[in-house]
Ligand binder design. Structure first.
Ligand SMILES: NC(=O)c1ccc[n+]([C@@H]2O[C@H](COP(=O)([O-])OP(=O)(O)OC[C@H]3O[C@@H](n4cnc5c(N)ncnc54)[C@H](OP(=O)(O)O)[C@@H]3O)[C@@H](O)[C@H]2O)c1
Length: 297
């Protein structure tokens, strides 16, 4: 919940200005936190009429923010996915402008999909990327482009993102939630409050000189889809949809949905939580879904 997040999070370091490229689900949440703390934040969206848009960045129409918005930015967060060719929309359109800014920290939101399939084993930042899905190969390209940009970049690898308005509750309530059983299969996840809280934690650590190049964000409990969906139905007090076996269910899944079930990994958060001492707001899906219920949209 934003109020709790504001109370427990450090603000942006004094004199900072954060420029967020891509104020979608995560970007908006980070912007809301910083605004509530009285911090200086500018957020792009593809259209100015979208909520929370301060200015437009759209790599397809080539609209870029004017100097007025970029000026004096000390921190950047990019939440924009790769383009269909694996190019990074921000770097491809704004590299020169970014090089001229007094940047202290640049965060790039990537995905844990770059680790590929570990057959359910734990995976940490020390494990080499091994993407199998084309979209994860494109993502790794973008990570490399950011890392070789010469900017002070930190790569943040995210598993499934959820939060109020985008969770198993929404899916179950809409009747689109399916309870699928694939024995041994788990998914890692992170609540959007923890994305915002942990990013501010990283920004403040970087300000003190501690800045690992790559960080996984994930909660403590990779969990089967079946458990999460069942808990969502229980919280909503509505009957659970029938449990479907994966072999049958997969016959009418979209290629995108199917691709998620083809990889099985447990994302370690030891770097974030033990080494860098970030305290998760939602250590597991139960805590996170209860929050989604309280803030149900
Ligand atoms: N969703 C997940 O479970 C998940 C898991 C792991 C990693 N990720 C990645 O983590 C990042 C944040 O995720 P999210 O779910 O918060 O993202 P999101 O809600 O989909 O937001 C993506 C943002 O990128 C902007 N954008 C997309 N294409 C663009 C383009 N061509 N030019 C300019 N802006 C563009 C969107 O603009 P508008 O605001 O105009 O829509 C939006 O603000 C994304 O890169 C996502 O791929 C997501």
């Amino acid at each position: 919940m934003l109020k709790d997040l504001v109370n427990r999070s450090l603000g942006l370091p004094k004199g900072s200005k954060l420029l967020i490229f891509g104020g979608g689900f995560s970007g908006q949440h980070v912007a809301a936190l910083i605004r509530a703390q009285g911090g200086n934040v500018v957020c792009t969206r593809r259209e100015i009429k979208k909520p929370g848009a301060d200015c437009v960045f759209n790599s397809l129409t080539k609209e870029i923010p004017s100097k007025y918005f970029l000026k004096n930015a000390t921190h950047i967060l990019s939440c924009i996915p790769p383009d269909p060719n694996g190019g990074d929309p921000v770097l491809m359109n704004l590299m020169e402008e970014l090089q001229d800014l007094p940047l202290q920290w640049v965060g790039y939101l990537s995905t844990t999909g770059v680790y590929g399939d570990t057959k359910g084993k734990w995976v940490s930042e020390e494990d080499p990327p091994n993407p199998t899905q084309p979209r994860s190969k494109r993502r790794l390209n973008c990570e490399k482009a950011w890392q070789s940009s010469g900017l002070p970049v930190q790569i943040i690898r995210l598993p499934g993102i959820y939060g109020p308005g985008r969770s198993a509750l929404t899916a179950i309530k809409s009747g689109k939630g399916r309870i699928i059983d694939k024995p041994g299969q788990v998914f890692s996840r992170i609540h959007v409050d923890d994305i915002a809280g942990a990013l501010l934690h990283l920004i403040n650590l970087a300000n003190q000189g501690e800045k690992p190049k790559i960080i996984n964000f994930a909660d403590n409990m990779p969990t089967a889809n079946k458990e999460v969906q069942s808990f969502a139905a229980e919280l909503l007090g509505i009957p659970m949809p029938p449990i479907e076996q994966f072999e049958l269910a997969s016959q009418n899944m979209s290629p995108m949905a199917l691709s998620f079930w083809q990889e099985n990994r447990r994302i370690s958060n030891k770097m974030l939580c033990e080494v860098l001492k970030y305290k998760l707001i939602h250590p597991d899906y139960r805590s996170g879904l209860k929050d989604c219920l309280m803030n149900y949209k």
